[in-house]
Design a protein around this ligand. Sequence first.
Ligand code: SF4
Length: 466
Amino acid sequence: MLKIGIGPSSSHTLGPWRAAERWISELKFDSSFNLVQKIQVHVYGSLSLTGKGHATDYAIMLGLSGADPVEIPVEDIPKIVANIQGTSQLNFGGERKILFNPKEDIVFNRKFLPFHANGLKFEATFEDGTKKSKKYYSIGGGFVVVEERKNAKKKIASFNTFPYPIHRGDELLAYCQKEQKTISEIVLENERSLRSNVEIDAQLNKVWSTMLECMYIGCHTEGRLPGGLNVRRRAFDMHKNLMITAGSYDAPENWLQTIRQTEVKFRQILKWVSCFALAVNEVNASLGRVVTAPTNGSAGVIPSVLMYYLVIENHDANFEHIKKFLLVAGEIGSIFKKGATISAAMGGCQAEIGVSAMAAGALTELLGGTPEQVLMAAEIAMEHHLGLTCDPIGGLVQIPCIERNSMGAIKAINAAELALDSNPEDAKVPLDKVVQTMWETAKDMNSKYKETSEGGLAVGVFLSDC
Ligand code: SF4
């Protein structure tokens, strides 16, 4: 659920990037990689309608060039793309040069493929003139599937090794009650069936350092965002004002300690949480490195709520708290993915910022809530995002996306507080009901509001006014 990648979109950037990598692996597997002479990539539906603003074309070029979204130095991205555009050649899989003119060889089709709104087809032409093609679907959060789901059997097998297989909130709660464990303890047991404690800690540490660095970069970068909307980065000024009396620091870790020493009243808390969320999504909008949570567009909510806990709520918090938070958040996100969707092309923004309700649940456990209160907090946070549409102006993940993360973060904190002061037995709407309702609402939602930029703010605000 929490994947390290490059902005601005998990479904439109990270997904197509991963699909290109996967296609190359498959060509290598059947020994046809070295015979490829030419490639064409077709993108369909939402991927096509907002693909240019979401850098889908860049992601395809980078994926075909064998670059890894987790490791590639962010500053190399413009150079690689400019080189492909300038020479009409790419270094296929990082191994061999082939002709590739992005203007002609990435084809944007308005039509939707029936299986999913985010489809793409890779087509190879071999030396003997024969062709081979394959379709992939980017289903949100950087996940990629093929229609025939060849991997489904393998995935079911690994799911069955879990001591506590979970599809729904009520199953998760039943395990907690039976075993007298917290949600993070149950999720950790599942993780341990796949990897060692050292690997789990290393991976979660990497996820957290990427989040922290992303907030740090966002708070220390001024200027305007790329893409043509001329959006001014706001985290920089907000951060400067909040740090006016603070001491010095020179790295993300001691920056965190310095923030802990600043005085905070309610207004400052609102500003800090918003500042962290804006910072992440400004980095995301400028093709920086972020962690999907559950997606890139909503990547700011989880880090800002966790940072709120670390710098405002609990100054003694350490890695164990961060680990618990990420384990709970990941599991709640996965319940939404299994029961509904985390793809805005399928469900609008309720599937992105709405699903960041995972932050509300995670915070509730850290604040001492019971498993029932954790699920209640996630339910409250999602309940008040039901029906939220996706209508990004100019197809860019900037307006309303960046501010929307700060709204999601504040709502998550409020949902946690409401749940902590409530008796879950009095709750009328269980988490599973809101998951189901989100999915029903997604199916009813007009396609204009599902990451197509054909409705709402995207047509109500003219680019010339921006
Ligand atoms: S409006 Fe919401 S779902 Fe749509 S791109 Fe922006 S953050 Fe993502």
